[in-house]
Design a protein around this ligand. Structure first.
Ligand code: ATP
Ligand code: MG
Length: 388
């Protein structure tokens, strides 16, 4: 989808990210062409299937397929298609004892328009050849179970499988942002969505020991490890938040504690973002989901930092977020029942329409607020989380 000067550098970034993602499976060479990247294993025992799944999870990839490569003459293409279909049938043995039927079609794309034959001709001839070789095939262009894809370029490529990717942009093409990562369902999804748009993500987690347990911290690190599976790795700054929370509890009116606490999180996140070179903050907030997530609540939070606060879930319903969390694999961990720092100090009736002046007046009651913020930021423990 990209045009102009960016294109080349984005492609190179994607190629590098792909190479890194599949490096655990063996050596590969990566070739960048118009609209496609070719990863060619250099090791005979390369784990092809695992690598294709992994490649599909790399941001910027729309889909990934294990393909056979051959010469562009019809005989070579037909022979290659036969190999591909045989592999498919071996992998998906017929359900019925009589050998079953595989409704199929052939779909051809010609990148090389100077190629002497048209796509429909190649599809038809290859289809006829396959029918003559496999009695278990039957043509069904509307509801095929097997699609034999043929792509004619400098070589011909044949494949039957397609792993859908997430699309997006290559990680590292859009600066860095700091994600406020709780143990909940929303913030891991928010971080994923930003990373999918090419933003390098670091995370900060506010931790209120002993009000929240060691296990709630482990839960967050587990979520970070799942995200690291997509990002390559994820740095998490774990901030001791107890003193700040106690100061809010002891000095501010109860109905303001939620909003003041959220602004304290932003003050601290702001300091950490400056140190880490982040250019924005990211949260999992969604309009109206809880009492503090109103327009006025969110704007009072915005005013706590000069950084933009990105809220990629702002217009999503909970069930949509849950669906997304399931797809990326964070949901099961997010619903484990560990307490979060905010729930420990939640007021019975939080202000839903806090006015900034009132909020600032509450904050002014906290002795040495700046010192509290500095101590929390400096007390952060930074953990570089890698995929499990
Ligand atoms: P989530 O499911 O992400 O926890 P939520 O619906 O529970 O979100 P809140 O608890 O109000 O909503 O938090 C809103 C956002 O504030 C979270 O999405 C997250 O970005 C941030 N946040 C909340 N608690 C923490 C925490 N302990 N550490 C870091 N960020 C937090
Ligand atoms: Mg939460």
């Amino acid at each position: 989808m990209l045009k102009g000067l960016n294109r080349r550098s984005f492609e190179e970034k994607l190629a590098a990210n792909l190479r890194r993602a599949v490096s655990a499976f063996g050596r590969v060479s990566v070739t960048i062409t118009q609209g496609r990247m070719f990863l060619e294993p250099a090791d005979p025992d390369f784990d092809f299937e695992a690598a294709v799944k992994k490649a599909a999870d790399v941001f910027g990839v729309v889909s990934a397929s294990p393909a056979w490569r051959t010469a562009t003459d019809q005989d070579s293409i037909a022979a290659c298609a036969e190999t591909a279909v045989r592999a498919y049938i071996t992998k998906h043995p017929p359900a019925m004892p009589d050998g079953g039927r595989y409704p199929f079609k052939v779909e051809t794309k010609r990148q090389n328009k100077s190629y002497p034959r048209t796509s429909p001709e190649i599809s038809r001839e290859t289809g006829e050849y396959l029918l003559s070789r496999f009695p278990e095939l039957t043509v069904d262009v509307n509801h095929p179970q097997v699609v034999v894809f043929i792509e004619v370029r400098e070589y011909a490529y044949v494949y039957t499988d397609r792993s859908e990717g997430f699309g997006g942009l290559p990680l590292g093409t859009n600066g860095k942002a700091l994600l406020l990562l709780s143990g909940g369902i929303d913030s891991p999804v928010a971080g994923f969505m930003m990373a999918k748009r090419g933003v390098e993500v670091e995370a900060v987690h506010f931790y209120s020991y002993p009000y929240t347990s060691e296990r709630s911290k482990e839960k967050v690190l587990k979520l970070a490890a799942i995200l690291a599976g997509y990002f390559g790795r994820l740095k998490v700054h774990i901030v001791p938040f107890t003193d700040a929370q106690l100061a809010v509890r002891d000095n501010c009116r109860e109905e303001f504690s939620t909003i003041v606490m959220r602004r304290l999180m932003m003050f601290i996140a702001d300091a950490i973002a400056r140190q880490s070179g982040s250019l924005a903050l990211v949260t999992g907030e969604s309009m109206g989901q809880v009492a503090s997530q109103t327009i006025l609540g969110l704007s009072a939070t915005d005013r706590a930092t000069d950084f933009p606060i990105f809220r990629p879930l702002i217009g999503m319903d909970k069930h949509e977020i849950v669906e997304y969390a399931r797809r990326i694999g964070t949901f099961e961990t997010s619903i484990l029942p560990y307490e979060d720092c905010c729930t420990v100090f939640t007021p019975k009736h939080p202000k839903t329409k806090p006015k900034l002046a009132e909020v600032e007046a509450e904050e002014a009651r906290i002795p040495d607020l700046a010192g509290l913020v500095r101590a929390a930021a400096e007390g952060a423990e930074s953990v570089l989380v890698r995929p499990d």
